[in-house]
Design a protein around this ligand. Structure first.
Ligand code: AMP
Ligand code: GLY
Length: 421
């Protein structure tokens, strides 16, 4: 079995790790991968968004199956191109990936499917944005419509923050084409949770719940990041709530897309605010979450590949997915300066000691190999995941491992999973 895995983050290392744990005989290729995937699979020097080069590699090497991690190649039509060329591939086609690629499109689908979400107005210029802010009141949330590498959402708690967001979106045009449309959205209060589900075009099978920590500093303070850690399950997501999310959010969305001739296949990720009046959608992603995946996949007791193939083949069934009841906690280690400017190429030490820790696994994110060394190559460098009999012991095992890993400027939050404790 020859598999091509597209992407280079912690999520992709976790997917690679799980595929090989299930079946060590898999021949796995990562494009481009990182130092973590290099240790267990073959890295290819092809960028995750270079669809022509990926297709050329596939034509030469005939992968049996391809798995796509990040949103950019999904939104650019990687799955459409691979399937048209006869390569079975996990992930939504471009039209379905618009659930993440265009927040205005996602709102349109949610409105048609009567899915609970924050009220929002789509605007194209600053004057219309000001009008919408005046109507919705402050606090308010401004969002660039398109992909903005996780930076296009501005939660404005006061008038000064509204002005700063309007400047970024309009006069300074910081987000380029991604902000040719802007959503002005009602602010929602509550606890956040993520529900990810496998989808095969019609059947929806939720994965274990998870929650990430988006803020840089302890106590959920400081700037937003790509994610400083995650834990699974998220206790705020009760079985009753999960049933509501499935029947009122995930299934209606998949059905509405299907009515429009779009078969959603892959992972559908609903970012939710658990409000007093029930769960409401903040955003959809068209892929596995990062770092949620690093907390979810170590809990997946059933093999991953059969579920991925069933999504692609339209034969998904809940019996394909079963869970280890133990909770998992993932602590992300970042480069000094992240999410602002940070150095690359910093030598990492202690990975062998970390690997020797029981119940923990070190997922690489922004790492590369230089000579015989592992060096930093991104803002988020590692995701250290541990399973435990309870959340407290999972947290302890994760941090016991984190402290073994050393590189200049390394930092991490010390309170991952605090809400679950
Ligand atoms: P998103 O990328 O849409 O998930 O937004 C990033 C973060 O912004 C979310 O995780 C929330 O913390 C926050 N956010 C987004 N939309 C809203 C909203 N309508 N009300 C309050 N917070 C929000
Ligand atoms: N952790 C949030 C995301 O993957 O978008």
């Amino acid at each position: 079995m020859k598999i091509l895995l597209v992407g280079n983050g912690g999520r992709e290392h976790a997917i690679a790790w799980k595929l090989l744990k299930d079946d060590p005989s898999v021949e796995l290729f990562c494009a481009p991968g990182n130092a973590g995937t290099a240790a267990i699979a073959r890295n290819l020097q092809i960028d995750a968004s270079d669809i022509p080069a990926l297709l050329a590699w596939a034509r030469e090497n005939a992968p049996d199956f391809t798995v796509v991690g990040p949103e950019a190649p999904l939104c650019a039509g990687l799955v459409d191109a691979f399937e048209a060329a006869g390569f079975p591939t996990f992930g939504p086609v471009r039209a379905a990936a618009r659930m993440e690629g265009s927040k205005a499109f996602a709102k349109e689908i949610m409105a048609a499917a009567q899915v609970p979400t924050a009220e929002a107005v789509v605007v194209r210029d600053e004057a219309a944005a000001r009008e919408a802010v005046a109507r919705l009141g402050v606090p308010v949330v401004l969002k660039a419509d398109g992909l903005a590498a996780g930076k296009g959402v501005m939660v404005c708690m006061d008038a000064a923050q509204v002005e700063a967001a309007l400047r970024d979106l309009f006069s300074e045009n910081k987000f380029g084409a991604a902000a040719s449309e802007v959503l002005v959205e009602q602010y929602l209060d509550g606890e956040e949770a993520s529900i990810l589900a496998f989808v095969d075009g019609k059947t929806v099978v939720p994965l274990a719940s998870a929650q990430d920590h988006k803020r840089l500093l302890d106590g959920d303070k400081g700037p937003n990041t790509g994610g400083m850690g995650a834990y699974s399950p998220a206790p705020a997501v009760t079985p009753d709530m999960l049933a509501v999310v499935q029947s009122q959010i995930l299934r209606p969305v998949v059905e509405e897309l299907s009515r429009r001739g779009i078969a959603y296949k892959g992972v559908l990720y609903a970012g939710l605010m658990l409000t007093k009046s029930g769960p409401k959608v903040l955003e959809f992603n068209c892929r596995f979450g990062d770092p949620e995946t690093q907390a979810i996949l170590p809990r997946l007791a059933s093999p991953l590949l059969p579920a991925l193939r069933a999504c692609r083949d339209g034969v998904l069934d809940a019996s394909l997915v079963s869970w280890d009841p133990r909770p998992a906690v993932c602590v992300v280690m970042v480069s000094g300066g992240y999410p602002g400017k940070y150095p690359k190429g910093v030598v990492v030490e202690g990975l062998d000691e970390a690997a020797a820790q029981p119940d923990a696994v070190v997922f690489h994110a922004g790492t590369a190999r230089r000579g015989g060394l592992v060096v930093t190559d991104g803002g988020r460098v590692f995701g250290v995941t541990a399973l435990g009999a309870d959340v407290r012991s999972a947290v302890a095992a994760a941090y016991r491992t984190v402290v073994k890993i050393k590189f200049d400027g390394a930092s991490y939050r010390s309170d991952i999973a605090w809400r679950a404790l």
